[in-house]
Design a protein around this ligand. Structure first.
Ligand code: GLN
Length: 507
């Protein structure tokens, strides 16, 4: 197999090539490690573990020689640097955790390793997963492989960029308010945020615990299904983990729907279009790509129905009260005592806390800690936090009303394509507002996907990928993946890759 052909393979295809002994895990691992090193300027990787990865690849090859099979055996991946790992440092994109080595692996990491994946390294992300552009990482921004002058989205920007640039077949990510779906959309890859509780949060550095959820980013829905089957499942170490038997999402993705035919695989599927998801202000390029994607879904047999999520706009203030409130509590553990950074010079204990946190946290993290502490404080709790919780419940109820009328909901992932690096430096609220279409499903704890749906046709962002968001009811990951797979059998947006970057990562 030629080297170029090798990195074009996604998870399922690489799994088949490994099974057919067309390539070994060691060869694939070496090739992708070289690619990661050659694309340093993208900023996607924070740490690589060549020796450990090659040792894992040799083990995978031995397991296969001993007769073991399994779709992920020997497949190289990498993890968002928010999952703790025993063999690689974990930073969560923060100076606070620079050099931190966890004594254990996150459940998601351990499960993927047990399935035979090879861990190449850790991927860049916004500090403590706070952001929408990956510009909040203490270790520098990530560039969008479709246009290195633009952001890859965030907070799982390193994961999305690495998968898009064909440095990896797949990567893990986390999504609190859109951080899998939005970078997947900006980078033209496929990502799924499962129902809250499907993937264990054990060993995921906590941002907002009632919202944080892990999921895969890959080239296709099929590849996501393979990863999600391995990553997910009940974990007694996470008290919010859903107690369900293991799920075979790949089988669900392939299982024909009752009443469907080969030509109309989505016959009988009702897709709801919330009118609030298609405002006049939506970028024309996004609108255009979405309309043609919806036409493809219809041609596959799905019917489109009008629905309403009347509190869509309120999801922004609700999320930006609840997420910082939880973050301010979760981040109180970074005090210079137990782990992470500690200021070198201080007068007394209080001064040590203050200096450590002043030095360790970046501006966005500090902003959120201040907002969170404020809204939880005496006298403001009822006015802000409690109100937000009430609205969160109403937003979840709105979805249930929609799901009485439809099986899935479709809409944009973001109001625009990827924006230029630095464009929102002086205006954090602009980035918050761009989360409008991903926050509702997060607040409701529902599963959501982003799938490549086209490319901007004109303007400054011409040629940049546009994602279609699909949202399902609780635990409807199988329906989501099935619909996304049917769409990807009928379209080729997910197969297109950005033009190769030059030697040092420059065009
Ligand atoms: N952009 C959102 C935020 O900044 C979502 C981040 C996420 O999902 N981790 O909080």
């Amino acid at each position: 197999m030629t080297a170029a052909a090798l990195h074009e393979l996604g998870v399922a295809a690489l799994g088949r090539a490994l099974r057919a002994r067309e390539v070994s895990s060691v060869e694939a691992t070496r090739h992708l490690l070289d690619r990661l090193a050659a694309h340093e300027r993208l900023g996607a990787a924070l740490a690589l573990a060549p020796e450990a990865a090659l040792a894992q690849a040799r083990t995978a090859d031995d397991r296969r020689a001993a007769g073991e099979t399994g779709p992920l055996l020997g497949v190289p991946i990498a993890h968002k640097d928010i999952f703790v790992t025993r063999d690689l440092p974990t930073t969560a994109g923060s100076r606070m955790l620079a050099g931190y080595l966890s004594p254990f692996d996150a459940t998601v990491v351990a499960r993927l390793a047990a399935a035979g994946t090879v861990t190449l390294g850790k991927l860049n992300c916004d500090e403590f997963a706070m952001g929408s552009a990956n510009e909040n990482s203490a270790f520098g921004p990530v560039r969008n492989p479709w246009d290195p002058a633009r952001v890859p989205g965030g907070s799982s920007g390193g994961s999305a960029a690495a998968v898009a640039a064909r440095l990896l077949p797949a990567a893990t990510g986390t999504d609190t308010g859109g951080s899998i779906r939005q970078p997947a959309s900006f980078c033209g890859v496929t990502g799924i945020k499962p129902t809250y509780g499907v993937c264990s949060r054990w060993g995921m550095v906590a941002f907002a615990s009632s919202l944080d959820q892990a999921g895969p980013l890959a080239r296709s829905a099929e590849d996501c299904a393979l990863l999600l089957s391995a990553m997910s499942g009940f974990d007694p170490r996470d008290s919010t983990s859903a107690e369900r038997p293991p799920q075979d999402y790949h089988a669900m993705l392939l299982q024909p729907r009752a009443g469907a035919s080969a030509a109309r695989p989505l016959a009988g599927l009702r897709i709801g279009l919330p009118r609030e998801f298609f405002p006049a202000a939506l970028a024309a390029d996004v609108q255009g790509a979405l309309q043609s994607a919806l036409g493809v879904l219809e041609s596959l047999g799905a019917s489109l129905v009008d629905v309403s999520l009347p509190r869509t706009e309120l999801s922004i203030p609700v999320y930006y009260l609840i997420a910082p409130a939880e973050a301010s509590s979760n981040l109180s553990r970074f005090d210079g005592v137990k782990f992470g950074h500690r200021a070198a010079h201080y007068a007394d204990l209080a001064d040590m806390y203050a200096k450590t946190r002043a030095e360790g946290f970046g501006a966005e993290v500090k902003r959120r800690i201040m907002i969170g502490t404020y809204v939880l404080s005496h006298g403001y709790y009822d006015a802000y936090y409690l109100q937000a919780q009430r609205l969160r419940r109403m937003i979840a109820d709105d979805f249930q009303q929609c799901f009485a009328l439809c099986d899935l909901i479709a809409g944009p992932v973001a109001p625009s394509v990827a924006w230029p690096l630095g464009a929102q430096d002086d205006d954090p609220v602009a980035a918050y507002l761009a989360d409008i279409f991903t926050l509702p499903a997060s607040l409701a704890g529902l599963p959501g996907m982003s799938i490549p749906a086209g490319f901007a046709a004109s303007g400054a962002g011409a040629g940049l990928p546009v994602g279609l968001q699909l949202i399902g009811d609780y635990f409807a990951e199988g329906t989501l993946l099935h619909a996304a797979h049917a769409f990807q059998q009928a379209s080729d947006f997910h197969r297109r890759s950005p033009a190769p970057l030059g030697a040092a990562g420059a065009r």
